[in-house]
Ligand binder design. Sequence first.
Ligand SMILES: Cc1cc2nc3c(=O)[nH]c(=O)nc-3n(C[C@H](O)[C@H](O)[C@H](O)COP(=O)(O)OP(=O)(O)OC[C@H]3O[C@@H](n4cnc5c(N)ncnc54)[C@H](O)[C@@H]3O)c2cc1C
Length: 435
Amino acid sequence: MQKKQVNVIWFRNDLRIDDNPALAEILKQDLPVIGMYCFEPRLYQNYFYGLKKTEAYRANFIIEAVEDLKNKLKSLNIGLKISQVSPDDALKQLSDEFEIKGLYFQKEWTSEEVDVEINIKDQIPNTKFESFYGQFLYHPDDVPYEDFNEIPKVFTNFRKKCQKQTEVRSPLEVPEPQSANNFIDLNTSLPTLTELGLEEFEKDSRSAFPFKGGETSGRERLDYYFWDSEKLKYYKKTRNGLLGTDYSSKFSPWLAHGCLSPRRIYAEVKKFEKQIKKNQDTYWLIFELIWRDYFKYVSLKHGNDIFKIGGILNKDYDWYRNKAAFKEWSEGRTKDDFVNANMIELKKTGFMSNRGRQNVASYWSKTLKQDWRIGAAYFEAMLIDYDVHSNWGNWMYNSGVGNDPRDRKFNTQLQADRYDSNGKYRRTWLHDSLF
Ligand SMILES: Cc1cc2nc3c(=O)[nH]c(=O)nc-3n(C[C@H](O)[C@H](O)[C@H](O)COP(=O)(O)OP(=O)(O)OC[C@H]3O[C@@H](n4cnc5c(N)ncnc54)[C@H](O)[C@@H]3O)c2cc1C
């Protein structure tokens, strides 16, 4: 029997239907569309220093996000195949049933993601590949650099030039549904944490990130932070906070998994500036989104150097690899109570403020002089908002092997005095310990 011809959209870190270039494009074609998402086994296994790539907090967020995506796709008459094997195996299986004419997906460039694409090509050699950059604020075709080697070493130079010479493209609207006749019910279900080899957990009531995964909750958060509470008006003044849900936007987990598009956030900031208020605070959210872009361009320029011990500066420092030091740091049992409080927050919730991250990273790599990549790998396992470029880029920056022209070391006690002067943050996480 002849197989039914289809196009497949393979979702990766683009778990949304709004402003999704691959989705917009595939729905312009004439063939029925099937969606696919894989909980890739390699992402849930041990990989470096005995650490898993993904721990339960992020896995839980992804499960929620994929469930939301499945519902959203249904409203576009698209069925979602959810798989627990590698994408190449999943597509091979799908190709037993369907003739896959085209595969549409978000373009990635880090080596592991590229390897996955190569494996897929081997499995379905006759399929046409169409990939799109969907994760940027400034589209790579629009930035004022001929090639990525020209990306400056210093963020400010990048930001100023882009702000002067590059327009942020308007977000794409949610596309029209495909014909209901094209709906293919794939009848697949989501894995549990246990099935992914992870432990179930109760959410900690102190968490600064108590939210659910998915485009729906991401959009609700945006509406709350901008329109209902108008907290955006104070963003720059509060963003160094440590406690509670509202000191910063908390967009990062939704951005990291593509539940929110940076261009949509940008468009909403611009709308807010027109309708409510335009000030330093509203601008600063865009400023931070440019930082996010910058680390993506740094990894486009430097490739795998961002994972090497010398970083992109190829520095030859002496690093220790002390197991006891790692245990103390990761469990929040160092000599430093501010570092400890932050590390306990991360361990119990999968989230930590930007201020906290800078301090614990600097403490690990500059005070304790431990291999910075172990710290980065621990963050990779634990963070709900883990993003390869932001994580490894910020870790390099804070460890003296990246893009910080000043190569600063944080004085964690001074930082605690400044940002937690009444000790409330430390009391929240240290409870009845020595503090
Ligand atoms: C050592 C270290 C590791 C980090 N690892 C990650 C990571 O894996 N994933 C991640 O998304 N961010 C990472 N960050 C950046 C930053 O800490 C988080 O993006 C931020 O704390 C998330 O909270 P928010 O969404 O409320 O941020 P907001 O202050 O509300 O900022 C808005 C958005 O701007 C972007 N942003 C803000 N600060 C940075 C920054 N320094 N670098 C890049 N983008 C930024 C984020 O997308 C964020 O959601 C790391 C920072 C450090 C110092």
